[in-house]
Design a protein around this ligand. Structure first.
Ligand SMILES: [Zn+2]
Length: 126
């Protein structure tokens, strides 16, 4: 079932084909600073981003990290050239995403109230 969401100000609306099964916390230079939790979906038109977004492109210029120009929320990333077969959407923007305090006091990520698996993508050095 499609899941919707938006940036903080609502100027950008996001729709993905389903709830994320896991999200990626990536340790590349930009993701470390942004703190995004990316959910991946096939690049087949199932992900719909409505509203103006602005790109940030750096390094080898392979991908564009896009954000709302009004409230600055990162919405998604996409290839600057040929498709990689997948797109990454910032799961923090999706309805159903929540952050809670776990029993050990650490951050716990939830989706629709259930624990959301966070996988580290080891891209250090990029
Ligand atoms: Zn916004």
């Amino acid at each position: 079932m499609p899941v919707t969401g938006s940036c903080h100000c609502g100027a950008v609306r996001v729709e993905v084909p389903g709830a994320p099964e896991w999200v990626a916390s990536c340790n590349c230079s930009i993701c470390t600073k942004l703190g995004t939790l990316m959910a991946y979906y096939p690049d087949d038109g199932g992900v719909k981003i409505r509203g103006e977004t602005a790109p940030y492109i750096w390094g080898d210029r392979m991908i564009a990290t896009r954000h709302c120009p009004v409230c600055a929320c990162i919405t998604h990333w996409e290839s600057t050239g040929e498709s990689y077969g997948k797109v990454g959407v910032n799961a923090r923007l999706l309805d159903g995403f929540a952050m809670a305090k776990g029993e050990d006091g650490r951050a716990a990520y939830l989706f629709d109230g259930a624990p959301l698996e966070v996988r580290v993508l080891d891209n250090a050095g990029n």
